[in-house]
Design a protein around this ligand. Sequence first.
Ligand code: SF4
Ligand code: SF4
Length: 252
Amino acid sequence: MNGKSFFVDLTLCTACRGCQVACKQWKKLPAEKTRNMGSHQNPQDLSSKTIRLVRFNETMDDKGKLSWNFFPEQCRHCIEPPCKYVVNMYAPGGVVQDPETGAVEMTDKAIIKPGRLDSWELCPYNVPRQDPETGLWNKCDMCIDRVKIGMLPSCVQSCPTGTMNFGDREDMLALANKRLAEVQKTKPKAFLADPEDVRVIYLCETDPENYAEHLVASVDQRKTVMTASGPAQTKSSRRGFLSAALGKNKKA
Ligand code: SF4
Ligand code: SF4
């Protein structure tokens, strides 16, 4: 069995944020104090309390025409998840992968000294976030408690436009490729984001940078995180390797 996947058709998203709210409700995550930063996006970034965020990005073409690109961001449930290797090096049992669905879950053992790791060091999509007080890392778990009893993830259940889809991986890949062919008739730049590597497959109608910085993972970064988390690496050599390879200046 190839497990489950999401298909997220960004051409249909209206940024209603129903999925963002449904996620908070099901996971019983508290609201956060925010302030208006001149955008409809709220809050401004993912956090340990906001594990699904609808990003609003405004772009202008060379004729001066504005368009909005909406990006409901979440963990991609990687087929080979780098976070599993990195987190488990510091906190054994902190990340587990469900063999039936492929869901990647962070457990209550995913506690690492606050500030020790940045999200980019364990995830090529920069998704997980740490509670700065408890040190517990958090992210989407595919609503595994719902999925195991035959329910849809809460974000999919709440989406009124058909953007969010969920099911067997083969069916989601077939749907994604069918929609891609349709959309490419009028939007030739349309593409699927990293469909071979992840279980959350986004259909995008324009370049990835028009949605978000980390919509796709660079091949180099994925390789770097995976290599740095391999069995031959110690914690300190892994951090040195990552900092050098990714050009980050962070104290090991
Ligand atoms: S997207 Fe990031 S957090 Fe999610 S499974 Fe992949 S590496 Fe882990
Ligand atoms: S509920 Fe659906 S349409 Fe609304 S923001 Fe989420 S993905 Fe987009």
